[in-house]
Design a protein around this ligand. Structure first.
Ligand code: HEM
Length: 135
């Protein structure tokens, strides 16, 4: 029997088969759905920040959905540094939803009810972590 693959991890694997780099897709969607975020990033040198912000968010998601070895704690730390950047908490939490929607569009028919359910639960839990974080 095949080992059970975590549906969140599976969704990233399927996306990776279709798209080499999620960064442009995620930020296009972020700027479309939350245009106020465009001016939050500096004009010079923000490509690196955007790429690493996404990479670290994905690491935190995979850890949150899987072993919880500790990377997911980064979410709480980043809530405080983003309070300092002036990123409202709702928006901070919304970034995870933007990642989910990007995967959903890429996966299309392969976005299964199982993957959908796992993502809903995860977004809900992350929303709770963000809301409860201390500054
Ligand atoms: C829409 C939501 C978000 C916005 C608008 C936002 C915006 C920003 C901005 C303006 C910076 C500073 C860039 C600079 O130094 O010029 C930054 C850095 C960073 N962001 Fe975000 N961010 C968001 C969500 C997130 C999330 C969900 C995570 C991960 C959990 C994250 C992780 C980071 C990291 C690791 C950095 C690098 C420096 C640091 O430790 O603060 N961001 N972000």
């Amino acid at each position: 029997m095949m080992a059970q693959v975590n549906p969140i991890h599976r969704s990233f694997e399927l996306a990776a088969e279709r798209c080499e780099d999620l960064t442009p897709l995620v930020y296009q969607r972020l700027f479309r759905e939350h245009p106020e975020t465009m001016s939050m990033f500096r004009t010079d040198g923000s490509e690196l920040v955007k790429g690493s912000m996404l990479a670290l968010s994905i690491e935190a998601i995979l850890d949150f959905a899987g072993g919880r070895s500790g990377h997911f704690r980064m979410i709480e730390c980043e809530v405080s540094s983003h309070d300092a950047y002036g990123t409202p908490r709702e928006l901070f939490a919304a970034f995870f939803g933007v990642i989910a929607a990007t995967l959903r569009e890429l996966l299309d028919a392969d976005w299964s009810p199982e993957i959908d359910g796992a993502w809903r639960k995860l977004l809900d839990e992350i929303g709770g972590v963000v809301a409860r974080s201390q500054t």
